[in-house]
Write a protein that binds this ligand. Structure first.
Ligand code: NAD
Length: 454
């Protein structure tokens, strides 16, 4: 089947109403959960081949998290689907207003390679919950995971409801030329712009989950042991190939050395003396990505790590010092286990440095000082973040996840996944019991209008 046929069939299927009943949505979510459960070892195996992910990390970030999401959504879906009453304005006395969440129809989900299973299926949960049909385009860079997704989805769903189209840029481009009702893209800023351009041709609403350089600020009063451990967790999970990984450090000059000592200890605790040999430490996705990262190692002086293994495509956890804002490592998203470190004296320097660059997807701040926390949250725009932690804001279903400016638009997770794939249709139901006349042309109308609307 070519992509036009797929989309056409999905549109016909959507029009039958089969995707919209509450019971049908819950059933499909259950089927999806059971399919993931059945395929658990296959998924883990594929993640090991494509990215060398350990079972523990893969279960936490790619499988367990999806079970949690499906349970969370299923428990609350009935409530979310109900029309929501709104207040009546004094200009509208007699009428009632309500909002009906309506599925968009047929949605396209384009996924990246770094969490190749989770980032293809997580948006799908929102799309199903909201009553849509979906086409998933997984990443070509993680072919084993893509194959599992294709076979799993093919086993569970009618292709007129949910299907997978594998392939690279060409497949994506073909899909982007189709009249979908909604696009959900996770990937790089550069491709995000192309997706938005394609969407603009048909005025298709888009969610863009992009990336960028997420700063991590360590103030002088931070608890250094915990700080270093939590930064190591955030930076080294999936070998730094995480959209919200701390990209670079802004550390108060008085605690720079203490941080280095504790970061080294944390790495040893997680991955032993030789991280390149650790089963818990993942690899870089491709030789091309490996070489790009390797070239960053000369952009400063290496304080820790720096070892690489082109055979296994692994790069040791590395701390870089003496980097300049103009060097390549500070010009693009790193997306690997290399952490450049810059020091500051005053918080103003931090705010100025971050605010003169594109709005980041995430920001991390380590301090126990409430006024510093308030100041950073108030004065620096960013998608979302954690105070005294890294990554964890992404894992709660109660917080919307998404970027701002160059790091993306729109958000999802929890109820926000439902709204991301729903149009909020506004309805005003008027009374016929009486008719307020002053909206109609007349002299008294014009007097009354001025009395009411001021
Ligand atoms: P990418 O933009 O290269 O690819 C993403 C998807 O787009 C893939 O499926 C790919 O096949 C497709 N694609 C590539 N080129 C295309 C083109 N010219 N036209 C249409 N489609 C195209 O991103 P990636 O390398 O897979 O992922 C890494 C990026 O994704 C990083 O920037 C990272 O920060 C970001 N990311 C963001 C999130 C988030 O939730 N915000 C999550 C994971 C990754």
């Amino acid at each position: 089947m070519n992509v036009s046929e797929i989309v056409h069939k999905q549109k016909l299927y959507y029009r039958t109403g089969a995707t919209r009943r509450y019971e049908a949505r819950i059933k499909q979510l259950d089927l999806l959960k059971e399919a993931i459960r059945r395929r658990e070892s296959e998924i883990l195996e594929a993640l090991k081949i494509d990215l060398s992910k350990s079972d523990q990390e893969a279960y936490m970030t790619e499988i367990g998290i999806l079970f949690e999401k499906i349970s969370f959504v299923s428990k609350r879906l009935k409530k979310w689907m109900k029309p929501r009453k709104v207040k009546t304005a004094k200009t509208h006395i007699g009428s009632k207003g309500y909002i009906v969440p309506e599925p968009y129809g047929s949605v396209l989900i384009i996924a990246p390679w770094n969490y190749p299973f989770q980032l293809a299926i997580s948006p799908l949960i929102g799309a199903i919950a909201a009553g849509n049909t979906a086409v998933i385009k997984p990443s070509e860079l993680t072919p084993h995971v893509s194959a599992v997704i294709t076979s799993m989805i093919g086993e569970v769903f009618d292709p007129a409801y949910v299907t997978v189209v594998e392939g690279g840029v060409e497949a994506s481009e073909m899909l982007l030329a189709e009249p979908f009702d909604n696009l959900f893209f996770t990937g790089s800023v550069a491709v995000g712009k192309l997706v938005m351009k394609a969407a603009s041709e048909r005025l298709i609403p888009v969610t863009l989950e992009l990336g960028g350089k997420s700063p991590c600020i360590i103030h002088h009063d931070a608890n250094m042991k915990l700080t270093a451990k939590r930064i190591a967790f955030g930076k080294l999970t999936n070998s730094g190939q995480t959209c919200i990984a701390p990209d670079y450090l802004l550390v108060h000059e008085s605690v720079r050395d203490a941080f280095v000592t504790e970061y080294e200890k944390a790495i040893k605790q997680f991955y032993g003396k030789e991280p390149l040999l650790s089963d818990y430490y993942g690899r870089i996705v491709s030789p091309r990505h490996f070489e790009r990262l390797q070239s960053f190692l000369t952009n400063g002086s290496i304080v820790l790590g720096g070892e690489t293994d082109p055979e296994s495509l692994k790069i040791a956890p590395t701390l870089l010092d003496e980097v300049s804002w103009d060097s390549p490592v500070m010009q693009e998203e790193i997306f690997g286990p290399i952490l450049p470190m810059m020091t500051y004296k005053h918080l103003d320097e931090v705010i100025e440095a971050v605010n003169t660059r594109p709005k980041p997807l995430a920001l991390y701040l380590f301090t126990v000082n409430q006024s510093v926390q308030d100041r950073i949250v108030e004065q620096i725009p960013f998608g979302g973040g954690s105070i005294n932690d890294t990554l964890m804001h992404i894992a709660t279903p109660y917080l919307p996840f998404g970027g701002v400016g160059e790091s993306g638009m729109g958000n999802y997770h929890g109820e926000y996944s439902f709204t991301a794939f729903s149009h909020m249709k506004s309805i005003l139901k008027q009374t016929n019991a009486f008719d307020i006349k002053f909206r109609y042309p007349s002299k008294t109308g014009s007097v009354m209008m001025r009395r009411f609307m001021k």
